[in-house]
Design a protein around this ligand. Sequence first.
Ligand code: SF4
Length: 402
Amino acid sequence: MNFTKIDLGAIYPRCRMLLGPDIWQQIVSGHDLDRDPENFLEVIGSYKLHSQLPEFLPALARLEWGISQAKEKNISIPDDQEDSVINPTLLLLELQWKNLAYDVGSPSAEPPEPGNEYILIWKHPEGGEVHVRAASPEDLLVLKMISESIDRKKVAQIGAISTFAVDAAVERAVDRGIIIAPPSRIRRDFDIFEASPYAKKQFLISPSFTFQWHITQVCDLYCKHCYDRSDRSALTLGQALTIIDDLDTFCRERHVKGQISFTGGNPLMHPNFLSIYQAASDRGFTLFILGNPTTRAQIETLLSIQHPDFFQVSLEGLPAYNDFIRGKGHFERTMGFLEILRELEVYSMVMLTLTRENIHQVLPLADLLRGKADVFYFNRLSKVGQGESLELPPKQDYRSFL
Ligand code: SF4
């Protein structure tokens, strides 16, 4: 019977290196390992090790065998997967030697030493590369939670931590590829886009859902292009909490990361803004704020709850035109506020509403913002509300501007 010759040295590279060519050859030629390379574990375990050889070799061999097994495995993720599952290639090894994961990955990092250690070996579901890592208590907790289908709220309660902390631990395990999350259910119909060369599948599925939430109409500015200065009353705290819970359920059912972009009016002027922000943070939402310049103290209070992923303010052009639209002194206040955001390490964005009047001020303004804002972009004018009194840029100007 024919069989493919197995490259034993490729399966156990570090063992081979530590054994040295003579002993390696002695072991390989003295046993029928080509047919059954796993037997190397038994051979190395019972081999009368030379006194100068490291004692951890049998444990290292188990680790290298595990790595070779993970390389061979394939992962297929069904589109209709409903729950998070443990990566089917994952192998959990209990070894009597510590630091062997480092020994395989970067041999000089930490020397192996006797002691119990759990090692995780898995093939990443996206990249396909094999990872090796000493299991942390967090890894083991997440694996137990997923394998025994323990509810996240129960884990949070037992551990006296927030559900957000539990979700964040699961997310880290998903990022590492130890856990495979069910695919997002917010997706376009693949069949419709199949013909387009640009419609790669990953662009048709959204991993997140962003809710832009106008929580109040109240505002401290009176911009000339404001499209909604109606006097609808703000949401009550009870209504806001119900919406947050509904959104949480919506995102969970669709397996997407929920994001809330607070806006208004000026969202910071909602009488219960801090409680709403806290509730959204407790449920693990990524948070953004689209608002007006405020005090350092108010931003510090927000940061003590959760760092927003960005804070966006608006400018309408160079100082004179901006203040004509947004009110006297607004340009200077905004530049000062951007400095506060920078000092507090909050990612800042500046948005401009493009009109016939300011289209030629965009690039000079971009120069003024260089090094002061993280992102500067423009949006189109909505010719509704007070915005009706302003003009869109003429088509030709817009084309040449682009
Ligand atoms: S455009 Fe925005 S900042 Fe200006 S008045 Fe309207 S809500 Fe307030």
